[in-house]
Design a protein around this ligand. Structure first.
Ligand SMILES: [Zn+2]
Length: 221
């Protein structure tokens, strides 16, 4: 299978971005658009319940979804059916949803450059037994994400590009590198090309200068 076949981008449907492979798998999931805010729309809460979320700290801690996990520190949650929906907040960082082939085990993970460097996605892959697929949601693209040279040693050379004198980091490309290294076939990895800083229907901390979030969430079958 070609790499292109694995890339099926998120589509805005009724106020939620949805991912075609997750939709085809029958998994309830989504990422709130800027219009919805932090799962504030009552109809979203009614449809998905209140997903378990964490106090995100740009680390690699993953917790099992349970009522007592809500609000604890960490950047990843795994839920086994009939467990609750799990969600992560992001604005420019990577929201990553992962699921087992039978949909019985799902996870939501948050990683910016710190989380990537800390090994969040490797830890996420290791939290599943058997084949797993991953959908990396909308995030700040290489078009808009200028970083300092101190980050160069931390990531694959292929994840960087130059725009004149500016050094640009492609978080999604780095996520793919790491997920592949963690054992996921390319065809199981989808990376959104939607840039939060370019698209007005998405929040961007860098662009907006306002600490608002979107939530990406998923529920197990
Ligand atoms: Zn951009």
């Amino acid at each position: 299978m070609t790499m292109a076949a694995a890339v099926s981008d998120w589509v805005l449907e009724d106020g939620l971005f949805v991912e075609p492979r997750l939709k085809a798998a029958g998994l309830r999931h989504g990422m709130t658009a800027a219009s919805a805010g932090d799962m504030g729309r009552p109809e979203l809460r009614a449809a998905f319940g209140a997903p378990v979320t964490l106090k995100q700290v740009h680390g690699r801690t993953i917790l099992r979804a349970a009522p007592d996990a809500d609000g604890r520190e960490g950047d990843g949650l795994v839920s086994r059916g009939p467990g609750p929906a799990v969600g992560v907040y992001s604005a420019d960082c990577l929201p990553v949803l992962m699921w087992s082939d039978d949909g019985a085990v799902v996870g939501a993970f948050h990683a910016g450059w710190r989380g990537l460097a800390a090994g969040m996605l490797e830890a996420a892959a290791a939290s599943f037994e058997g084949p797993v697929s991953a959908a990396v949601g909308p995030h700040i693209g290489a078009c808009c994400y200028e970083v300092g040279p101190e980050l160069e040693p931390r990531f694959a050379p292929s994840s960087f590009s130059r725009d004149g004198a500016r050094l640009m980091l492609d978080l999604g490309a780095e996520a793919r590198v790491r997920l592949r290294a963690a054992g996921l076939e390319d065809s199981r990895i989808g990376v959104s090309g939607l840039c939060t800083a370019c698209r007005p229907e998405l929040f961007s901390w860098r662009r907006d200068g306002v600490r608002r979030n979107m939530m990406a969430f998923i529920a197990p079958l």
